[in-house]
Structures are given as structure tokens and as C-alpha cells.
Design a protein around this ligand. Structure first.
Ligand code: MN
Length: 238
């Protein structure tokens, strides 16, 4: 007897994957979680009080990832595309209600990411109390460099920076995060079951600002692969 094979009505889309530094293996992406307002200076520049408002969680689709080296199209329906350099945590082991003290055991590795944001659309959503999806979860909104395995060491601190056309725009230290990586994993895993393949963008420091077609962006976290992208010309609207 033959086992029936699944017949799809069309070819399923490819699984989004991220390069792993130093190997030919790839990290298959399950979900992308993001943390907002996780550096005090950035929370202030966005008009929040970091002491009374806890970090917020939001998501992006897994297929929003873009590798280092790629040209990113200037997205439609915005006149204020912003960069946000972030430390990204890659989950390698599933869990729910993970204690902060156990969080390291669930981490596969770390990478540098850019939480691209249509700031005008995000601002309009905030003002109306609406979801952030159109501002945050658009196509190609999650550039990410190669993942460095946690077996080479966990990221506890280190310089985090971003430059546009060679000019430094963001500069802080990962140790300045309001919620550290272990606390984020503990909190997030009470809301969602974390799965191998999840990526967590852990929030951006102060200095966010606009990008325009032709810009060259470099993002770094000390000890991790640098993320390099350019913004391509706007796509025709028709
Ligand atoms: Mn962000």
C-alpha cells in the first residue's frame, strides 16, 4: 500500500533561513518576536517614560528577513522609513514559562538585526490605539546578519552601533537594555510557547532616524557579524 502524498494547490513557499557564521548550515526561522522600548534613552525619544511603561512585544512575519549584503527596496506607503539596530536572539530549544535562570539553555545563538519601521504609519497607529502591523511587519522589514552560535559565548554586553553612509547614528551598549536577554525570554515565554527557530529582536538604543534610497547602512554588535544593507530605489507604485 502506498502512502498518499500531500497535494498542495500551489507550491508551498520556501522556509525563511538565516546563515550561521562559520558553517554551511542554516537556521530555519519559525517566528519573529520584537521588543519595543527596551533602552531608556530610546523610550524617551519616542515620548514614553521608561520607568512606568514596560517593554512591549510585537511580531513580524518570518519571511520579512533579509540577509546581509542585500539591497532593500524602499517600502511603499511611507515617507519616513527608519532604521533600528538590535541584538537578535535565536532560539534553539522550545519552552514555555522559562525561568530567567534557565534562559541561556534555550538560546541557539545571537545576530545583529535592523527593525526597519515605517515610522509615519506606526505613529498613526499609536495615536489611534491600533495595531502596529503596517508600521512594523511589512515585507523585507527584518534584515539580519549571520548568527553566531551561543557555544562560542553568550552576549552579555558590548557596543551596539549603526551607521548610515559611514556616519554613526546609533551607539550604546547591550548592557544598557532595560530588560536583559534572559528576562525577555522569561516574560515572552509566559505569553507564547517559544519554539526552535524563533528570533527575538531585543529593542533599539536611541538615535533612530530616516533612510532614503541609495543609503548604505551598517549595523554592529561587538563580537557579532556586521549587518550591511543598502536601500534601493523606490518600486514603481503601478
Ligand atoms: Mn525595534
Amino acid at each position: 500500500m502506498t502512502v498518499p502524498t500531500t497535494e498542495f494547490v500551489f507550491l508551498p513557499p520556501p522556509i525563511p533561513t538565516v546563515e550561521i557564521a562559520g558553517t554551511r548550515q542554516r537556521f530555519p526561522v519559525h517566528r519573529i518576536y520584537c521588543v519595543g522600548r527596551n533602552y531608556a534613552e530610546h523610550a524617551r525619544e519616542m515620548g514614553s517614560d521608561p520607568k512606568v511603561e514596560p517593554p512591549v512585544f510585537f511580531t513580524k512575519p518570518a519571511d520579512a528577513i533579509v540577509p546581509s549584503g542585500a539591497a532593500i527596496p524602499y517600502p511603499p506607503r511611507t515617507e519616513n522609513l527608519h532604521y533600528e539596530v538590535e541584538l537578535v536572539v535565536a532560539i534553539g530549544d522550545a519552552g514555555r514559562n522559562i525561568a530567567a535562570g534557565q534562559a541561556h539553555g534555550h538560546i541557539f545563538g545571537y545576530a545583529v538585526g535592523n527593525d526597519l519601521t515605517r515610522r509615519d504609519l506606526q505613529g498613526a497607529s499609536k495615536k489611534k490605539g491600533l495595531p502596529w502591523d503596517t508600521g512594523k511587519a511589512f515585507d523585507a522589514s527584518a534584515p539580519i546578519a549571520a548568527i553566531r552560535p551561543a557555544s562560542l559565548g553568550h552576549v552579555e554586553g558590548g557596543r551596539i552601533w549603526l551607521s548610515v553612509n559611514g556616519e554613526t547614528r546609533q551607539q550604546s551598549d547591550v548592557s544598557e537594555m532595560i530588560w536583559g536577554v534572559s528576562e525577555i525570554i522569561a516574560e515572552l515565554s509566559t505569553l507564547f510557547e517559544l519554539k526552535a527557530g524563533d528570533l527575538i529582536y531585543t529593542g533599539t538604543p536611541a538615535g533612530v532616524g530616516p533612510l532614503k534610497p541609495g543609503d548604505r547602512i551598517e549595523c554592529g554588535v561587538e563580537g557579532l557579524e556586521t549587518l550591511r544593507n543598502t536601500i534601493a530605489a523606490a518600486r514603481p507604485t503601478k
